[in-house]
Design a protein around this ligand. Structure first.
Ligand SMILES: [Fe+2]
Ligand SMILES: [Fe+2]
Length: 249
């Protein structure tokens, strides 16, 4: 499936970078996103080696790799940033990731540590060339101990990494959530097992409640539009996960 523009204004786009139709991409289905602001690119969770060529091709429809200024990794997992060394060769981007994980990125073959900007535990922000701001929202233990989400003030889109992830049978993931009640059964298992405690959700909710979130874009599964975003926030606020769901007895 080709790319899809999720939000567009004259100087700002938020783009979903497509999905594999060849069957060659292995592992869990992942979403990659590109923000284009004044013709300059920011990549969110560009992914591992298996998706690299598809993401490069789809991204290049919108922006040249030399014009990608920033790459954000919500945490350290291989499906998030396993292809980082190749992205750093191909673009001049600076990398934004929790300060907790910088020393681990060396294991992905990353040498230019001077291009990596560690995000402190309490978060941070990035001002794009138009003056629009991307905010790094603390989302620790959802599921990684050093974990951030990105709020794009221009579009009202919150990128939530693994939070809001849904796992469908291969090839069946809808781009947008259409039937929230049905979608829940594809989200439940992941959240209950990967998020250790419901307290992490309470902490995250305290950070995002003040923000004017219009849409939620996760790294796996489907995008939540405005109505579904409200339903998701209600659902996740009540979800009992990890040790609070008594998964180990
Ligand atoms: Fe993860
Ligand atoms: Fe993931």
């Amino acid at each position: 499936m080709a790319s899809e523009i999720v939000y567009e204004s004259p100087n700002h786009k938020f783009v979903w970078l497509g999905r594999d139709e060849t069957g060659l991409e292995e592992g869990v289905q992942t979403n990659q996103y590109l923000i284009i602001n004044n013709g300059r690119g920011t990549l969110l969770d560009p992914g591992g080696f298996g998706v690299f060529s598809r993401v490069v091709v789809n991204m290049s429809e919108f922006v040249d790799p030399e014009r990608v200024d920033h790459i954000f990794l919500c945490h350290q997992d291989p499906d998030v940033g396993g292809g980082l060394a190749s992205w750093m060769d191909m673009t001049p981007a600076r990398i934004h990731v929790s300060a907790l994980w910088i020393r681990f990125l060396i294991h992905y073959g990353v040498a230019a540590l001077d291009r990596i900007e560690g995000i402190p535990d309490n978060g941070g922000s990035l001002t794009l060339s138009s003056g629009n701001r991307l905010e790094f929202i603390p989302a620790h233990f959802l599921h990684s101990p050093g974990n951030f989400h990105v709020f794009d003030h221009a579009s009202g889109i919150l990128f939530t990494g693994d939070l809001g992830a849904a796992i469908y049978p291969k090839g069946e993931t809808p781009l947008y959530v259409e039937d929230f009640e049905d979608h829940v059964r594809h989200m439940e298992g992941f959240h209950v097992r990967y998020v250790a405690t419901s307290r992490a959700i309470e902490y995250w909710l305290s950070k995002i409640r003040p923000l004017p979130v219009r849409m939620i874009c996760p790294q796996h599964g489907s995008i939540f539009r405005e109505k579904e975003t409200k339903k998701f926030l209600d659902w996740i606020a009540k979800a009992r996960v990890g040790f609070d769901a008594n998964i180990f007895t």
